[in-house]
Design a protein around this ligand. Structure first.
Ligand SMILES: C[S@@+](CC[C@H](N)C(=O)[O-])C[C@H]1O[C@@H](n2cnc3c(N)ncnc32)[C@H](O)[C@@H]1O
Length: 353
């Protein structure tokens, strides 16, 4: 059961800005149940792969009340009053030092304490002011370093948080948001419509391909490709109440790296020489993260892996990065830094000799 609350926020110009905020009552919300078979499986795999780090990540992941949510402001409906409101609430903009292209903007407010602002409801004729997300999911977008006018492919785009962040960060010449799943693509379309003004929508194309087809159908077209791949969704798997589904996920988990490698290969083929591909997942799994990157590097796909140490250093106060990841960066959920899991690796396509 949900309750609707209305909140009045005074804007700096003195007028009242009425936001309809939908808030799920914490009293009425059913307690999330941990799925035992998923937890046992994770304990077995992740204690070997992550050692002591798994104990800390486990504690956070099993405690939804400690999860943090970031508020990404929508530059297309920016209100100084709303920004002042979040600042007055003690939230800070974690990306205020990040240099974005002149065509873009990125404001992402986080609170030190675990608190979830309500998601905004759709209102006819009105753009939404903010999007709630796991702050670590902006790292793949930052790693992509989109520049104004770039041709960008978001190969696995729904529900669209990263597509939206790309459009905040810069104004690409064209952004292709691809999603083969019909229902998820519908959600993606609705999300983009509720955040983007008409004018800006012409820069966005929705497509429904299997990502593995891009390389063959559109070779060497894109400046930037994001492969935010289908992966084990560790946080949500832990709380599924569908036991047969959980068993199926665990059993078929070993097939994911095959698909992930194929998606990256296709993305590389769709990239122009000198272009950047970012691979990301929201799992702690080594087989879906650094082992996938290793397969790409071993199979000589014409790319070099790029170092992300500068990014890790810049955000070391906000995120806990694993010290034991062979390639790329892995954000580990940690106490009072309950962001992630999020894995990011960046490749650059070589010019032909
Ligand atoms: C991790 S989610 C993407 C999340 C999204 N990037 C965001 O930030 O909101 C992975 C998506 O890949 C889609 N997918 C699954 N198989 C795919 C394929 N073969 N090609 C492209 N996308 C695929 C899934 O339907 C899912 O929506």
């Amino acid at each position: 059961m949900t309750m609707t609350l209305s909140l009045r926020i005074k804007t700096l110009c003195g007028s009242c800005h009425l936001m309809q905020l939908r808030k799920k009552s914490s009293v009425l919300k059913p307690q999330k149940q941990i799925c035992k078979s998923v937890l046992e499986h994770f304990d077995e795999v992740y204690s070997k792969e992550l050692g002591e780090s798994w104990t800390r990540a486990r504690e956070v992941m099993l405690s939804p009340s400690s999860w943090q949510y970031a508020v990404m402001l929508n530059r297309f409906s920016f209100s100084e009053g709303l920004e002042a409101y979040f600042q007055n609430q003690g939230l800070s903009d974690i990306f205020h030092d990040v240099q974005v292209p002149s065509s873009g903007w990125l404001k992402c407010y986080v609170s030190r304490i675990a608190h979830r602002y309500p998601a905004q409801r759709h209102q006819q004729g009105r753009l939404k002011d903010y999007y709630l997300l796991n702050a670590a999911s902006l790292l793949p977008v930052l790693a992509l370093e989109v520049e104004g006018g770039n041709h960008v492919l978001d190969m696995c785009a729904a529900p669209g948080g990263k597509s939206l962040a790309i459009l905040q960060y810069a104004m690409p010449g064209n952004l292709v948001c691809n999603e083969p799943d019909c229902l998820r693509r519908k959600r993606l379309k609705e999300m983009l419509e509720s955040f983007l003004p008409e004018l800006c929508r012409s820069a966005v194309t929705l497509s429904n391909l299997d990502g593995r087809e891009f390389g063959q159908l559109h070779p060497e077209v894109y400046d930037k490709v994001l492969v935010d791949a289908p992966c084990s969704n560790d946080r949500s798997w832990l709380f599924t109440s569908d036991i047969p589904q959980a068993r199926h996920w665990i059993a078929s988990r070993k097939e994911l790296p095959v698909l992930q490698v194929e998606l990256i290969r296709s993305g590389i083929a769709a990239l122009r020489p000198g272009g950047i591909l970012v691979y990301s997942t929201c799992t702690l799994s080594q087989s879906e993260n650094s082992n996938v990157v290793d397969q790409i590097l071993q199979s000589d796909c014409g790319v070099e892996l790029q170092n992300l140490d500068k990014m890790a250093h810049a955000f070391s106060d906000i995120f806990t990065f694993s010290a034991n990841t062979q390639y790329g960066l892995l954000v580990l959920p940690d106490r009072e830094r309950a962001w992630g899991p999020m894995y990011v690796a960046r490749f650059k396509k070589r010019y032909p000799p």
